[in-house]
Design a protein around this ligand. Structure first.
Ligand code: SF4
Length: 321
């Protein structure tokens, strides 16, 4: 048998599941155990097909809107991305049993927006149109109270009603570098704008991007494991490209590896978005090991020990056991 060419794999650390994703997935698992199927979940609980399919197989029913759910006593879980105020309002009208798996770091941004609004401030949300987290944050306040700014150009064009009564919040899963450019421009244009002490970009997004910045300049190619609709995964691919990696791809699993792209490499970086399970990373390393003589090293940018407890009703069901 011909000798396999050597391949040095650098694994980014941290990568994969964050505390908010673990809590959201555990919420669905626990609800299925305690209440039995069906458990309704509004939107993909986290943006990962593998996770969604495995929960669906256990009895979770995924819907996009509450209107798709029949009148029921079964639990209805809100995804980690958070929801607009209108959603819990509708659930309350229909007497639904809601378990809110919104990440606490997203809820924190919702509360910030509410406080700014109560203090009479117009709000700029730095984020990406169409992402459910953005819909949820904008939907904390009446239409028109929050203006979405996606780019530096948007920030340059933004015309507030009163520049002295202005605040900003951000999506949690943005590029740290892009966001700081946008925020710096807003601060230059509107010196009285109020914002969080640190941006709202969460610890998990920041740490995963830092690890990619360390690995990307050292490797011939970089794989980001994640879904195309996962904001933090898309950002990891962009960060890898900007950090000097010529070939950075976002794939959902080993079956999506385009071997033509990875023909003549001797080093490969691998990371995973916050909603991608580790088994998908292991599968990818195994697929490379069939063609290459693989050695694996880990490059660490941060240690993480963040934990979020389950929603209260599920905690109480645990305590009662
Ligand atoms: S990426 Fe950050 S904000 Fe999103 S679920 Fe994970 S910890 Fe929460």
């Amino acid at each position: 048998m011909a000798q396999k060419p050597p391949l040095k794999v650098l694994l980014c650390s941290p990568r994969g599941f964050c505390a908010g994703v673990v809590r959201a997935i555990d919420s669905v698992e626990r609800a299925l155990q305690v209440y039995g199927p069906p458990v309704y979940v509004r939107h993909e609980i986290v943006h990962n097909r593998f996770v969604v399919e495995s929960l669906r197989a256990k009895g979770a029913v995924f819907v996009e809107e509450l209107s798709e759910i029949p009148d029921t006593d079964a639990p209805v879980i809100f995804s980690a991305h958070g929801v607009a105020k209108a959603v819990p309002d509708e659930a309350a009208r229909r007497n639904m049993f809601v378990l809110d798996a919104t990440c606490p770091l997203v809820t924190k941004v919702h509360r910030e927006a509410e406080i700014h609004s109560r203090r009479g401030r117009e709000i700029v949300l730095v984020g990406h149109a169409g992402h459910p987290e953005v819909a949820g944050t904008m939907g904390q306040l009446p239409a028109g109270a929050v203006t979405l700014v996606e780019t530096v150009d948007d920030a340059a064009r933004f015309a507030p009603k009163d520049p002295r009564k202005l605040a900003y919040v951000t999506q949690t899963t943005l590029s740290v570098d892009d966001t700081s450019q946008i925020v710096e421009l807003l601060k230059r244009r509107f010196p009285e704008i109020v914002g969080p002490h640190k941006e709202d970009i969460c610890y998990a997004t920041t740490n995963r991007q830092d690890a990619v910045k360390r690995v990307a300049p050292q490797v011939d190619a970089m794989i980001v494991v994640g879904a195309p609709n996962s904001s933090n995964s898309q950002r990891l691919k962009e960060v890898a490209e900007r950090a000097g990696c010529r070939r950075a791809v976002l794939i959902q699993g080993a079956n999506e590896i385009d071997w033509a792209e990875f023909g003549a490499i001797s080093s490969l970086g691998i990371t995973a978005g916050a909603s991608a399970p580790e088994v998908l990373v292991e599968d990818i390393i195994a697929a490379f090991a069939e063609r290459y003589d693989v050695s694996v090293d880990t490059v660490s940018a941060a240690e993480e020990a963040v934990f979020f407890p389950l929603p209260r009703a599920l905690r109480e069901s645990q305590a009662a056991e």
